[in-house]
Design a protein around this ligand. Structure first.
Ligand code: AMP
Ligand code: MG
Length: 327
């Protein structure tokens, strides 16, 4: 079985193609970039997705050396995400499914980040650290669902880093540049906000901006914001491992590309006698391959959809999804 997966929850419009062994045959994408000094403008991002969709489809089929005749299934990100983006992805998925008479399945974007991580690392039942632009969740599977053991109470860790970078005049996506600048920085005190198992990043972001206005160096602030955010994540992850009696940690989502975060979680997992794995770099951020792979496992477990009833759910939580493929 070969599935074509369509991703359009936020900045990225992506089309990936996977087979049912989990091989990624193509993973093409194009990212909407806001003007310098701006965050994402959802309507503009949606417009971008509509414009690039046919070209990305063509590229994906070319890379996979396939035609639409070879595709057995189409999947799309049903949510969560920005509605103007989600609708463009869904409409393109319906149009393609109807045109080529293919079955359609809508999948949860956050669960797709987890499933591509489990597939590529081989971890079966880990505590998942899912860190992306808008989402930050510490997750583990229990009784039919991916349960959330801790999450951000305001903005996601990727967005918090990007917003700090934007305030410092860096270009989007700012977090990878912060990672580089941080290498030259030293520690300065910042607030540290863990409430039970939940995390709050926005006050720390404000504190960093205020410290910069008072003359603190950019290098020191980049270093310290990362140390603080990632220590908070590591603390909550360790507590989840301890409470659940689990030993494996899977890091996934766009922020998983960060070497310092990887190092901290790895050290913690090793000290507990456990295992740490991270999703490959090219599958960490938003892309269509993870949607295609999730489409295959969902479809094989009987999750099907009537294209005329296909919809989106911009607030679809990870812990609301029926995980019918894990028993
Ligand atoms: P996603 O929403 O999963 O596509 O992830 C995108 C987020 O990952 C954005 O906020 C990026 O700035 C962030 N990101 C990408 N690379 C890195 C990195 N090296 N360190 C930290 N965050 C990153
Ligand atoms: Mg994502």
């Amino acid at each position: 079985m070969i599935c074509l997966g369509i991703e359009a929850t936020a900045h990225t419009f992506g089309i990936g193609i996977c087979d049912d062994k989990g091989n990624v045959l193509a993973n093409e994408r194009d990212m909407y970039k806001p003007k310098t000094g701006w965050g994402i403008i959802p309507m503009d991002a949606g417009k971008h997705h509509l414009e690039v969709a046919p070209k990305i489809l063509e590229q994906a089929l070319k890379t996979a050396k396939l035609t639409m005749d070879d595709i057995n299934l189409i999947s799309y990100s049903r949510g969560p995400g920005l509605p103007p983006c989600l609708y463009k992805g869904k409409d393109f998925a319906i149009e393609t499914a109807k045109k080529y008479k293919k079955p359609l399945v809508g999948v949860n974007h956050c669960v797709s980040h987890i499933e591509i991580g489990r597939q590529t690392t081989g971890l079966k039942n880990p505590v998942v650290v899912y860190v992306s632009g808008a989402n930050t969740q510490i997750i583990s599977f229990s009784e039919g669902k991916y349960r959330i053991f801790g999450e951000c109470m305001d903005i996601g860790v990727g967005n918090a880093l990007d917003k700090f970078g934007r305030a410092m005049g860096l270009d989007f996506p700012q977090a990878p540049e912060i990672e580089q600048i941080a290498l030259k920085g030293k520690w300065v005190d910042l607030p540290y906000v863990v409430k039970g198992m939940d995390l709050s990043f926005s006050g720390i972001l404000t504190s960093c901006i205020q410290k910069r206005e008072k003359g603190e160096s950019l290098e020191n602030l980049c270093y310290s914001i990362q140390e603080t955010f990632f220590s908070m994540l590591t603390e909550v992850t360790e507590r989840a491992l301890a409470h659940l009696g689990k030993s494996e940690v899977l890091l996934t989502g766009g922020v998983a590309a960060n070497k310092r975060l990887q190092q901290m979680l790895k050290t913690m997992a090793k000290e507990r006698g456990g295992k740490f794995e991270v999703v490959p770099r090219d599958l960490s951020g938003d892309q269509g391959a993870m949607i295609a792979w999730n489409g295959i496992i969902a479809y094989k477990s009987e999750q099907k959809m009537n294209p005329d009833k296909a919809d989106v759910d911009s607030r679809w939580r990870t812990d609301d999804v029926e995980i019918s493929w894990i028993s």
